[in-house]
Design a protein around this ligand. Sequence first.
Ligand code: AHM
Ligand code: MG
Length: 336
Amino acid sequence: HAADAHRTDLMTITRFVLNEQSKYPESRGDFTILLNHIVLGCKFVCSAVNKAGLAKLIGLAGETNVQGEEQKKLDVLSNEVFIKALVSSGRTCILVSEEDEEATFVEQPKRGRYCVVFDPLDGSSNIDCGVSIGTIFGIYMVNDSHEPTLDDVLQPGKNMLAAGYCMYGSSCTLVLSTGEGVNGFTLDPSLGEFILTHPDIKIPKKGKIYSVNEGNAKNWDGPTAKYVEKCKFPKDGSSSKSLRYIGSMVADVHRTLLYGGIFLYPADKKSPNGKLRVLYEVFPMSFLMEQAGGQAFTGKQRALDLVPNKIHERSPIFLGSYDDVEEIKALYAAEE
Ligand code: AHM
Ligand code: MG
């Protein structure tokens, strides 16, 4: 279509969120400002990730992060970028990052009402081979009536106001929910703007893909083992599922959201709480899944009902298409 060649009515992420927020006069534009700062952080990290090989940013910074893993330079950089972007927004009070053992309390006069939990660069083991990695974030709000404390972030995921991720892949994609569905935006590098490309994402009710690190199978519990067996050798006449596992949560969840299916990071004998962190990995992805019509389950309960006791707590997670998660829920229920 000739008219499409010079479209100037693009729905940018800022315009989109301003439209959404205009329904809530009490939000006074604060959320839009916060989101703009998150978007800025994503653009910065995107450009750093794209230049990683060239700029020799890849490699060890000689530090280990709080989980005792080797920390790559890009992780350090991304963390600094997001902390600075969030503090300078003037809209945040507590920041929890995977890379920092302690939460950051924002001092006056920069303090605002939002708490942001985030993993600045998830999937870091994939940096060196150019596989997609991403930033994951969730947002809570505190009421002005008290001094912010850690309890303000140790909240169940269902209390989040918004959640999202940015995937640094073949293109840079930001997926966001403010509690009214899920929308996807793609960075147009020539404009430097995220453009609405995936409006109102709904996950297929049932999928044909399962995604799990099967190398851990010998340590799985009964229901997980049974479920994966069913994916490969279905007894009800249905066709077997395909296995896709990137090992980068943002990429595996993004595919699950768009194509349907299930992503599992179960408990196993070696890691009784699984691997993924509740606040900034499990909750944001579970929030997005539910908003897209899917489900997220911990093996015991709805993931968003979980109340974390520690900021870096872990939980098993099963998330994806509604019907696929129903099946794993039934297997865990049968176990009891
Ligand atoms: P990270 O935060 O150290 O990058 O680890 C999180 C990543 C997730 O992106 C991914 O889903 C998972 O680890 C993969 O773990 P595994 O290698 O055990 O399959
Ligand atoms: Mg991570």
